[in-house]
Design a protein around this ligand. Structure first.
Ligand code: SF4
Ligand code: SF4
Length: 251
């Protein structure tokens, strides 16, 4: 049987999502045997960036004209486009200052040597193209990537949790950092799938997997403000991985 062809690429990103695949050390030989990796500059020299592929798995936000050109190119040459990681899905850390002027930010960083600003606000893929599937996470969970790859071989997509991190946290019987310790935990708003890794280690959920569907944003805001957190601090925390929330959203 002909192997499905695959491209793995990155836009404005830290390459951490692509590294998730390379970190699948035990499974890599099987992955390489099941897919024809046509283009994967981080892992394989050469490669054909112009070839059409069955699936393109792409990390990063779109923040430069080159990013946009690459994304359009990959979209037009792939049967399935996968937004890989929180930057691709929501904008991620690159977008945390999207509410501020890029010209001003450039001046703050580069002072008098700041030149013309050629980049634009980092945005997720779905602002520009149709996305067929997404894996959240900063970086994504290895198991979710492998679940996608094995589902693709069967001609389907995997089903990921549609509940918040709190559900996994309660299942693990962790101490609740929000209710019991009055800490600014975003677990109620964030897509599960990480096994509530941070609260299990006594660290609040910072929201690296992005919003869960039907997040009760307004209730979390009210609860945190009742606990004494200023609205600006809550919003600043929420923007760390996803720049745009509907702060009035209730479900
Ligand atoms: S610690 Fe955070 S993630 Fe865990 S149950 Fe409490 S609010 Fe939810
Ligand atoms: S607990 Fe929150 S911050 Fe930690 S890995 Fe999970 S989603 Fe990310």
């Amino acid at each position: 049987m002909k192997k499905p062809t695959m491209a793995i690429a990155g836009l404005t990103a830290c390459s951490g999502c692509q590294l998730t695949l390379l970190n699948c050390e035990a499974e890599l030989p099987e992955v390489a045997g099941c897919f024809d990796l046509i283009f994967f500059p981080m892992g394989i020299s050469g490669g054909d960036e112009c070839a059409s592929v069955d699936v393109a798995i792409v990390e990063g936000a779109v923040s430069t004209p080159d990013d946009l050109e690459t994304l359009l190119h990959l979209r037009s040459r792939s049967r399935f486009l996968v937004a890989f990681g929180t930057c691709a899905l929501w904008g991620g850390v690159a977008a945390m200052k999207n509410h501020e002027s890029r010209t001003e930010l450039t001046k703050i960083v580069y002072h008098d040597v700041a030149g013309e600003v050629l980049t634009f606000n980092p945005e997720p893929f779905h602002f520009f193209v149709t996305v067929d599937f997404a894996i959240p996470g900063c970086p994504p969970e290895k198991d979710e990537l492998l679940a996608l790859l094995s589902s693709l071989l069967r001609g389907s997509f995997p089903v990921f949790p549609i509940y918040p991190v709190c559900t996994e946290c309660r299942n693990r019987e962790n101490r609740c950092l929000l209710v019991e310790d009055n800490e600014l935990c975003l677990g109620p708003l964030i897509q599960a799938g990480c096994g509530a890794r941070c609260p299990a280690a006594g660290i609040v959920c910072e929201g690296c997997r992005g919003p869960v569907a039907e997040a009760n944003v307004a209730s979390e805001m009210e609860l945190l403000m009742q606990k004494g957190f200023p609205r600006e601090e809550i919003i600043s925390r929420m923007r760390r991985f996803c720049p745009e929330w509907n702060y009035e959203q209730r479900h």
